[in-house]
Design a binder for this molecule. Structure first.
Ligand code: 7RM
Length: 635
């Protein structure tokens, strides 16, 4: 561990205060943990009004040199990646830092051979295989911009992302393993590419042995190219604010946003937050169960652990295959010390009972982590008692795709570890609560909309191709502040507790879904007149998707509610992917609307959550009579 890890409450206070009061000194010291090809001239400039935020300006660097090359002197033969395949009978693969270097260089040379240059967009649509992690790093090595699209998205969703960033190349698998199923990634890619003329090259990493179609001139098997490639590739040094990646995420409007992260600030943020929040020692084994298709897999699989020279497990599979003991079996097998997962996985495994836990030795564990959604107290207690045996701190890490890395979390050796509290802002994070009018809520206890007052290195710099939308989405609700979209509370002692989204975003199994995005998909069905989607409490997923639909009463197609649900599921699978399927579909004759035509979602949320006792004020509704109908038809 490097010199400036936060080890106790005094360190925390000193670091935190310094990070806000003497930014220059603080970040200069932090930055000295990294390798710069040319030093920076200025720590930071820009603010939330001009939205031209820059960190470590003037520097030249390559993030992969920081993730790999600089470890080669001391850690060449240290394992960087322990690859645990979907099928537990498949032998796990150990990749050392030296081997990772050679793999990344080879992949980078393949990309170069295909004409990929600095600034080009490279799409990854893959399952969790080593080539995904290696490919992402290879893209960064040559200054290209990676955009990973989660392998659960549909052809339509993939195409939209490719079109938006005008990528020229895509890397995929023939197919991916996922539990007892396979996902036909190449076939889905082929479907998507029918509407993506910018793509000139498809690289296919073979995983399943699926029978696929290869289009001459466009499609190439990756492996033979890697075999031929040179295992050295000089890093391309880029400017601090040169783009590193685009990651698409859902918001309160229909179209996903391509958040752009730039190189130096993101690197420092991913590296430092990983170091302080997890405190992974030289001989420890860290495991984050996320998919690289989400931001957690970017910051806490691809970059954070490698920036810190850690050994980590990379897992291809799912928590319940071949059975609900898989996480614990692999923890025992690889003597995992740091384990980072999502509340939805914890709740799902809790539901399978303790037998799957008790048959494994979990004594290697030191720190547990949680991410993706608020963790309810019951899940926290179960995790603490049965997995951590009441001796492992649980770091409940609050952050977002937009923040690049962890923002609020208790730290080992510092935190109080109160169930369902994210507790304390990390150095550099300046949270503020405001009420609906934007007036600051001060003192403790307090409750409000969670905003951030000043720029931090890891923040997304823009939405790809739409800076105005970036301003509009995050900085216009409360001018001068970054609005997170989350509500939060502080207790008497000032510990933070995140209560969840206050906008039209729902969080299904830790996956962000815009209700408008799901509605757009439903509305594609020819028999849908109108739809409204809300979240409701769901035991395992955290939130479930509840769709109210007006179905064409004249439709010859079907009027059977079960069949309607099925047809709408198919439509959502086609437009977005299986993760966005509505759990419940209620056919209604009208939606509660105000005189200005706005759907009163509050009513829909109440009914969906099973509590329709008191509807509050509905006097502004144009059609109050539908409220009774909706209540009576609740599912
Ligand atoms: C990392 C990630 C972001 C949204 C965010 C919150 C929710 C994430 C926590 C949490 C309570 C947490 N990025 N969220 N972590 N809520 N406690 N520890 O999930 O962009 O996909 O989602 O997730 O609502 O705004 S994300």
């Amino acid at each position: 561990m490097s010199m400036n890890t936060i080890k106790n409450a005094d360190d925390y206070k000193r670091f935190y205060d310094m990070s806000l009061n003497d930014k220059e000194a603080f970040w200069s010291e932090v930055a000295s943990n990294y390798k710069w090809n040319r030093p920076f001239e200025k720590i930071t400039s820009g603010d939330f009004n001009n939205l031209d935020v820059k960190w470590f300006e003037g520097a030249k660097l390559n993030i992969t040199e920081n993730c790999i090359d600089r470890h080669l002197e001391k850690r060449a033969n240290k394992t960087a990646i322990i690859y645990e395949a979907n099928n537990p009978d498949e032998e796990s693969l150990h990749i050392t830092y030296k081997e990772l270097h050679s793999r990344v260089c080879k992949f980078a040379n393949v990309l170069k051979d295909r004409g990929v240059k600095k600034g080009d967009r490279v799409i990854f649509y893959m399952s969790m295989v080593p080539d995904l992690l290696v490919g992402v790093l290879a893209s960064a090595r040559i200054g290209a911009i990676h955009s990973v699209v989660f392998g659960g998205f549909s052809a339509n969703a993939l195409a939209g992302r490719i079109q938006d960033c005008e990528a020229t190349i895509i890397v995929t698998n023939d197919a991916g393993f996922r539990g007892d199923k396979t996902v036909p990634l190449k076939a889905i890619t082929d479907e998507a590419l029918k509407s993506c003329p910018t793509i000139k090259t498809v690289l296919v990493s073979k995983r399943v042995g699926e029978d696929i179609q290869m289009i001459e001139g466009r499609d190439h098997w990756l492996q033979p190219m890697l075999d031929q490639a040179d295992n050295n590739c000089d890093p391309v040094y880029v400017d601090s604010e040169d783009p590193l990646f685009i990651l698409y995420t859902s918001g309160s409007t229909g179209k996903p946003k391509g958040l752009l992260h730039t190189t130096a600030g993101y690197m420092v943020w991913a590296g430092e937050t990983y170091k302080n929040v997890f405190q992974v020692g030289e001989d420890d084994v860290y495991w984050c169960t996320a998919d690289i298709g989400w931001i957690t897999g970017h910051s806490y699989i691809t970059y954070g652990p490698l920036l810190n020279g850690s050994t980590q497990v990379m897992f291809e599979g799912v928590p319940t295959y071949p059975d609900a003991g898989r996480f614990w079996e692999a923890t025992e097998k690889h003597k995992v010390t740091h384990f980072y997962t999502a509340p939805t996985a914890i709740r799902a495994l809790e539901a399978h009972g303790l037998d799957y836990v008790k048959s494994h030795d979990l004594s290697s564990l030191k720190v547990l982590g949680s991410v993706g959604e608020p963790i309810n107290e019951e899940a926290w207690d179960w995790y603490n008692k049965n997995i951590g045996k009441e001796k492992c701190p649980i770091v409940d890490t609050w952050w977002q795709t937009e923040t690049g890395g962890i923002m609020i979390s208790p730290l080992p050796g510092v935190g109080k570890f109160l169930p369902s509290f994210a507790e304390s802002p990390l150095p550099g994070v300046d949270p503020i609560f405001v009420d609906a009018e934007g007036v600051e809520v001060t003192g403790n206890p307090a409750e409000g909309n969670l905003c951030i007052r000043s720029p931090w290195p890891g923040m997304a710099r823009t939405i790809w191709g739409d800076h105005e939308r970036y301003r509009q989405t995050y900085f216009s609700t409360y001018p001068g502040l970054y609005f997170t979209g989350d509500g939060a509370k502080r207790n008497e002692q000032g510990d933070y507790r995140i209560t969840g989204r206050v906008d039209d975003v729902i969080n299904v199994s830790g996956h962000r879904m815009g209700t408008a995005e799901v509605e757009d998909a439903l509305n594609q069905h020819e028999d849908i007149v109108e739809s409204a989607v809300v979240g409701y409490p769901h035991d395992i997923k955290g939130q479930g998707i509840y769709a109210y639909v007006i179905w064409n009463p004249q439709s010859k197609n079907t009027q059977d509610p079960k069949q309607i649900h099925k047809e709408l599921n198919d439509m959502v699978i086609k437009m977005i992917g299986p993760i966005a399927k509505p759990d419940k579909v209620q056919v209604v004759s009208g939606l509660p609307k105000t005189r200005s035509g706005k759907i009163m979602r509050r009513i829909l949320r109440k009914v969906a959550s099973g509590d329709s006792s008191n509807m509050g004020d509905i006097s502004t509704l144009l059609n109050p009579e539908v409220v009774e109908e909706i209540k009576n038809g609740a599912l």
